[in-house]
Design a protein around this ligand. Structure first.
Ligand SMILES: [Mg+2]
Length: 102
C-alpha cells in the first residue's frame, strides 16, 4: 500500500476533519512537532521497541504534514526543488568513493 506524500497528506486531512482535529493554529502545530521530536529522542534513548520508534517518527511526519497543509506547502514539489538545489551546490572536493560519506 505505497502512497505518495500528497496522498498521505490528503488521508491525514480527511481523518483530521472527520475526527474534528483539523488544525487552525500554526503555533500549536509547531509545538507539537517539537514535542514529537522529543518523543523520538526518548524512544531512541530508552531503546523502545521498533514499533514505538516507528510510531513516534510518524507523529513527527504527521505534524510536519499538518504544517504544510496550514502553510499551503506542496511537500512533494518542494522536496524535489530542494533536491535539485542541493545537487547544484559546488562540492569542496570531488567525491570518488561514496563510502567516504558514511
Ligand atoms: Mg508521539
Amino acid at each position: 500500500m505505497s502512497k505518495t506524500i500528497n496522498e498521505l497528506q490528503r488521508l491525514m486531512v480527511d481523518q483530521l476533519k472527520r475526527r474534528g482535529f483539523y488544525p487552525k493554529d500554526e503555533t500549536e502545530v509547531l509545538l507539537r512537532i517539537g514535542e514529537e521530536v522529543g518523543e523520538v529522542f526518548e524512544a531512541v534513548r530508552e531503546k523502545q521497541s521498533k514499533d514505538d520508534l516507528n510510531h513516534e517518527v510518524v507523529d513527527v511526519f504527521w505534524n510536519l504534514l499538518r504544517l504544510c497543509e496550514l502553510k499551503g506547502i506542496d511537500l512533494e514539489k518542494a522536496f524535489i526543488e530542494k533536491l535539485m538545489i542541493n545537487e547544484k551546490r559546488p562540492l569542496p572536493k570531488p567525491v570518488t568513493d561514496i563510502s567516504e560519506n558514511s
